[in-house]
Design a protein around this ligand. Sequence first.
Ligand code: C5P
Length: 303
Amino acid sequence: MGGGAGNRHDRSPLTEPAPAKVNLALHVTGRRRDGYHLLDTLVVFTEAGDSVRVATRPRDEFTIHGRFGGGLSANADNLVPRARELFRKMHPEGGQTAVSIVLDKNLPVASGVGGGSSDAAATLRALHRLHGMAADDTKLAEAALALGADLPMCLAARTLRAQGVGEIIEPVRGWPSLDLVLVNPGVAVATPSVFAGLDQRENPPLPELPERPDSAAILSWLESSRNDLEASALSVAPVIGEALGALRSSGAALARMSGSGATCFGLFTSQEAARRAAEKIAAAQPSWYVEATRTIEQDDDAD
Ligand code: C5P
């Protein structure tokens, strides 16, 4: 988490991407005593996403722009100011500077692509950079878990396998960038109701990950995995079935829901095929969120 702002008195504004989180597979493997579900999930992050811009100011400000900004209120309950307060709690000495934060909300809200968690993670990364501080990744992930189960994975923001309620993270190396189309049919789905509607809470873990993750191996691995939340989400919001159908009839090699929905992804064999499918779906469903994107490539020599 480098790239510090350097001089404490000259902190120029900076922007941090908050990529969409897509659960390529999500198995529910059990339930903890506190009611939280145990998961085994393969997660990727995409070039599509929100972004967070921070700058020092005489007093705190928080504003929201972007296509889906209207669906959120910029109050203290939002995960972005909650992340700002967490940062201050973690850095009682140097972290108290007043800041403006602008959230560019390009992703649909409450939609299974980790938007709020990714925004909070980006805020934490941005505030560390603005203050020229290096974050202790382990401590930060532990503290950020209080803001939501997806926070640790959104802080990592790379292809990974997450277990537990999302706090046990293992980087997955060597996967190519995948061409996806994200489709949200315009309904916000409440995560607790999707978990509450599960018929079966003890399912097998993810199958063993492919040793050589080329496109064919990834597709066949995906076909042998599931999203265990899909059936429950479909009964909460049947329109999810239409989103999956639209992806399948536009040539997706595989279509599946992400997280607790309602956003679905389709996997395509090329950027061009993804772009064409997105155009076709958007033309048929102008009110839906439809975006062709790619998963963020990993720098596998880095760690
Ligand atoms: O942690 P987050 O705010 O994303 O979770 C929202 C709700 O979803 C939780 O209050 C819980 O009801 C449910 N949930 C769960 N198991 C998880 C994650 C979330 O039961 N692993």
